[in-house]
Each structure stands twice: as C-alpha cells, then as structure tokens.
Design a binder for this molecule. Structure first.
Ligand SMILES: CC(C)(COP(=O)(O)OP(=O)(O)OC[C@H]1O[C@@H](n2cnc3c(N)ncnc32)[C@H](O)[C@@H]1OP(=O)(O)O)[C@@H](O)C(=O)NCCC(=O)NCCS
Length: 177
C-alpha cells in the first residue's frame, strides 16, 4: 500500500498538471471524483449538480485524468462584482501535493484579469485541509460582525446566500487589489 502511494507521489512530480475549463465530456469522471473526494457526503451530489449552474468551472488535468475541480460563481453587490469559490475537490490519491493550490492560484489570476474586487469562500469548521489551503493563499477569516461594519444588510444577505453559509462555518475572503 505504502509502495503504491509512493509511486503515485513520484508520478505527479514528473507529470504536468494543466488547469483548463470544464467540458461537457468531463461530467462522468467528475462524478466519480466527487464521490471519492467527498467520501459519500451529500456534497458528492451537490458538487456535481452545481456543475450545471456554476458560472465557470475549472479542472485540473493530469495527462488526461481529471484530478481536481473548482467551481466559480459571481456575487453582484452594489456597484461591485465579487466572486465565490463554490466547490473545490481533488483526487484523494494526490491530496497534499499541490493540486488544490494550483487551482486556487489559477482562478485568482483569472479573476484579477476580470477586475473582480474580492473572492469569497466558505469552509466547514473542521475542514482543516480546505481552511489551510485558503489561509495559505492570503484569504482572511471574516466574521458576520466584521461584515456588518462595512456592508449594507442587503449585500451581506447576498453574500451569505450565495455561499450557502451555515452557522458555525468559516467565512473567508481575499481582497484583490
Ligand atoms: C481541500 C482539498 C481540495 C485540498 O486539495 P489538495 O489537492 O490536497 O491541495 P494542496 O495539496 O494544495 O494542499 C492544500 C493544503 O492542505 C494542507 N494539508 C496538506 N496535507 C495535509 C494534511 N495531511 N492534513 C491537514 N492539512 C494538510 C496544506 O496546508 C496545504 O496547503 P500548502 O501546500 O499551501 O501548505 C482536498 O483535500 C479535497 O478535495 N478535500 C475533500 C473535498 C473538500 O472538503 N473540499 C472543500 C470544501 S468544498
């Protein structure tokens, strides 16, 4: 088992991960990936459903195999366009090897070109990997109290609804300047 893991790890160093937009033909492989990544949680279903509605989806392609998915949406506030990272998931065989990082960096570049003000994300309190992924990339935790100081009620509602925020979740934001 250990040997198998090791060889997968070596493999990824030598192969190129390409981040590219999602194509319809990817649907089946993404469905499988979601099930193994979310390990049977209901997010395995919702993340695949959201492929149909997300404004933009990117996949991490490892020599033709889809090993990561990131779904993006926009949040329109008064006079400002923001973005949200919805679902992000990668192949558990490769967790901790930088695929998540590559996708987050890629979309940040993409959104800077689109003149987006901020990128938002929500993570469950106990999802350490996901939390670290965002924190290590300059995302800051924001409390509802913080939001009340800077935004109108209507905009806060828009953000929390778009992000499907539940009490106890961690709200994260990266301001792009
Ligand atoms: C969250 C997830 C997308 C991260 O993908 P990944 O391919 O492992 O991403 P990376 O290899 O770039 O690692 C991300 C961070 O995880 C952290 N990490 C790595 N190994 C870890 C471990 N064993 N335990 C805890 N955190 C770990 C690291 O801090 C790393 O950030 P860094 O490389 O900048 O230090 C992936 O774990 C996943 O698909 N999880 C299941 C689905 C999910 O919960 N998605 C998030 C909610 S939608």
């Amino acid at each position: 088992m250990q040997g198998k893991m090791e060889s997968r790890k070596k493999e990824i160093k030598n192969l190129n991960i390409m981040i590219r937009p999602y194509k319809k033909e990817d649907f089946r492989s993404i469905k499988e990936l979601a099930f193994s990544s979310f390990k049977g949680k209901k997010d395995a279903i919702w993340s695949v459903e959201d492929l149909l509605t997300a404004k933009k989806t990117f996949v991490a392609d490892l020599n033709g195999e889809i090993v990561g998915v990131l779904e993006l949406d926009y949040i329109i506030l008064e006079n400002e366009k923001h973005a949200q990272i919805g679902y992000i998931f990668t192949n558990p065989d490769f967790w901790g090897q930088g695929i998540g990082r590559k996708m987050v960096e890629y979309v940040e570049k993409y959104l800077r070109n689109e003149k987006i003000k901020s990128i938002w994300a929500v993570v469950e309190k106990n999802n350490e990997r996901s939390k670290r992924l965002f924190i290590n990339h300059g995302y800051k935790e924001v409390s509802i109290k913080d939001l009340e100081k800077e935004l109108k009620r209507k905009d806060i509602k828009r953000i929390l609804t778009a992000l499907d925020y539940n009490l106890g979740d961690i709200l994260l934001r990266k301001i792009l300047d």
